[in-house]
Write a protein that binds this ligand. Structure first.
Ligand SMILES: [Zn+2]
Length: 205
């Protein structure tokens, strides 16, 4: 098993996956969101798409067995294990504008958006090309009658994880989210492990 990499609180990272690689994202302390973006490595204009994914998977509650699709209707990632089962794919990455909107009395922060933009820039991905992220462990219930969305603390506990298989060669961006409401008011790290064609699918990290 490859050693886990740590994303410090309120920061981000980017890395590549080859087809068949297994990415495990772990919430080591619990109640911490991680925004995930994925782009096709051979043409980064092809990116993860929440709309395509909701359409083809016929749900907004994505978990084990679901595929994450691209804007060009190609499968990018498959969720192969998930110890939480509650993630969000509706809301955009938190950004400096999010902080100005929701937390005008708090210090400004560039948020997941700024962290992703910096981490993905070396791969030729510009800020305006960042789509809605798959927000791991983020708890955003939708009221069935009104459609109202609320951001509640994640249901993840320390050691919870989600595991995804790359279905094509990818550039991936990943954060430890910076927004207060998403994380229960405190900021914690996120760990991840990449198994290159890992043989131990489905086991705990
Ligand atoms: Zn965030």
């Amino acid at each position: 098993m490859t050693a886990a990499m740590r994303i410090a609180p309120r920061t981000g990272a980017a890395f590549t996956l080859n087809t068949g690689d297994i990415l495990t994202v772990i919430d080591p302390e619990g109640m911490q969101v991680s925004d995930l973006l994925a782009f096709a490595r051979n043409d980064v204009r092809e990116a993860i798409s929440n709309g395509r994914t909701f359409d083809y998977e016929e749900t907004i509650r994505l978990t084990t067995g679901n595929i994450l699709w691209s804007n060009r209707s190609k499968p990018l990632l498959e969720i192969i294990a998930d110890s939480v089962g509650v993630h969000d794919f509706l809301l955009t990455p938190c950004s400096i504008d999010t902080f100005r909107h929701f937390y005008p009395d708090k210090p400004e922060h560039r948020g997941c958006f700024g962290n992703l933009a910096e981490a993905l820039a070396p791969f030729g991905i510009a800020p305006d090309a960042l789509p809605c992220a798959f927000n791991l462990f983020m708890n955003v219930p939708v009221a069935s009658s009104s459609g109202a969305v609320t951001v509640l603390p994640p249901l993840s506990k320390g050691g919870d994880f989600i595991r995804l298989r790359a279905l094509t060669d990818l550039v991936v961006g990943l954060t430890a989210c910076s927004a207060y409401a998403s994380n229960g008011g405190t900021f914690k790290p996120i760990d991840y492990v990449v198994d290159r064609h890992g043989p131990d699918q489905g086991s705990r990290p």
